[in-house]
Design a protein around this ligand. Structure first.
Ligand code: GLU
Length: 424
């Protein structure tokens, strides 16, 4: 049966187009039912909200916010909340779609969602951020809930923001609902190990890739773009296990030291000093120069579309572990495959975050909390298992690792859709 492809939606932005290109390649390889393909190319629902707040100077400013639920076939939707000046509906939709594939790939009983507000949190006071978060939580209230859609953190949000979100929801319903959000402080139902989870997961996946390529991590050179929750934790753990982290960066630029950086000192310095180079721990470099440094392991852990058709030919790492969501464009993907660079795709490499978010939600629902050791062991098990299954599929299907990982996630969702049937 032929199915008509719908027109390009109004939120057709470069990031969404990128997510669609990746999806189309995997869907074709899976020989997916065209009805399922068409349904999965767009989100189940998307909400745009107006978020007016009073600024500290007395004026009222209106921000635009979003919550997009891409798929809820396997369970409640799950995904982070991004506060960034470039957030738009297309980007949030792409990120929601990636959440669906990610959760399915690693076997979580969850769907995919994402939220965000177009704002610059670095320029806002704590009080403004609190009002923004509380009003946003109120506006997306009709969509979220511990049994339907559970927000977590993402770029520009943190434990405090998740605490305000949880508190606002709880105030609306009249009792405490810890399971409404993840990435919360431990004191209100957060999980041990959640803060480190994404970076730790990147390390577990990198260890598996290094084994596969016979790279000795002791002394291996590492370059990391981004020094936030993902980049910093990955840098810290990798340097603890003997890697030499030679360059890191944040949105203001990066630093390079061929002898290796002292990550803990640099992190302490970065807390009060946004410009890393001012600490004189290494030479000044730009984010673009950083990506092209010769190294064993490159970890983009910032924003999307950093490795593109333009710079991919100059990337010289052996392992590319995608800590960020969507850091590599489809044009760059092909160039990297031709160069023989081993890719750990985002939906696997950074899946540690949502995995421990899932653990947090489960602990909240059962009111019973686990030890950190237990959490890290379960996390490792999931990531190593998914990595090995992905490797088997790359060989069986003769596809790159991104396509293999996508195929694993998409197949699970497609099977569930077909067996559930079309309503009504
Ligand atoms: N923002 C993270 C991601 O992109 C985690 C989302 C969550 O914990 O819900 O996977």
């Amino acid at each position: 049966m032929k199915i008509e492809r719908r027109e390009k939606p109004e939120f057709y932005t470069p990031t969404y187009e990128m997510a669609l290109k990746q999806f189309d390649i995997a869907a074709e390889k899976l020989n997916l039912d065209p009805n399922v393909t068409e349904r999965l190319r767009a989100p189940k629902r998307a909400l745009i909200v107006n978020v007016p707040i009073r600024m500290d100077n007395g004026t009222v400013k209106v921000f635009q916010g979003y919550r997009v639920q891409h798929s809820m076939v396997l369970g409640p939707a799950k995904g982070g909340t991004r506060y960034h000046q470039d957030v738009n509906l297309g980007e949030v939709t792409a990120l929601a779609m990636w959440m669906s594939w990610k959760s399915a790939l690693i076997g979580l009983p969850l769907g995919g969602a994402k939220g965000g507000i177009r704002c610059n949190p670095k320029e806002m006071s704590r009080a403004e951020l609190q009002r923004l978060t509380r009003r946003y939580a109120t506006e997306i209230f009709p969509l979220i809930g511990p049994e339907r859609d559970i927000p977590g953190p993402d770029v520009g949000t943190n434990e405090q923001i998740m605490a305000w979100l949880m508190d606002t929801y709880s105030m609306q319903v009249g009792y405490s609902v810890p399971g409404i959000a993840t990435g919360k402080p431990v004191s209100i139902g957060g999980s041990l190990g959640r803060f480190e989870a994404t970076g730790r997961g990147v390390v577990y996946a990198t260890e598996e890739a290094a084994k596969k390529l016979s790279i000795n991590l002791n002394g291996a050179s590492v370059v990391i773009q981004g020094f936030g929750n993902v980049g910093y934790v990955a840098a810290k753990i990798l340097s603890e296990i003997g890697c030499k982290v030679i360059a890191v960066s944040n949105s203001k630029g990066g630093i390079y030291n061929k002898n290796g950086l002292d990550i803990k000192r640099l992190y302490e310095f970065s807390k009060d000093n946004p410009v890393l180079s001012e600490g004189k721990y290494g030479d000044n470099i730009t984010n673009q120069e950083l990506l092209e440094l010769k190294c064993d392991i490159l970890i983009p852990a910032a924003l999307s579309a950093q490795i593109t058709g333009d710079n991919a030919k100059r990337i010289t790492c052996r392992i590319l572990a995608e800590g960020a969501n969507g850091p590599t464009t489809p044009e760059a993907d092909q160039i990297l495959i031709d160069k023989g660079i081993f890719l750990i795709p985002d939906i696997l490499a950074n899946s540690g975050g949502v995995t421990v978010s899932y653990f947090e939600w489960v602990q909240d629902l059962q009111n019973f909390f686990w030890k950190e050791k237990e959490i890290n062991e379960k996390l490792k098990d999931i990531i190593v298992g998914a990595f090995n299954n992905m490797m088997i599929l790359t060989e069986k299907e003769k596809v790159g690792s991104r396509t293999a990982a996508l195929m694993m996630g998409i197949k699970k969702i497609a099977e569930a859709m077909l067996i559930r049937g079309l309503y009504p």
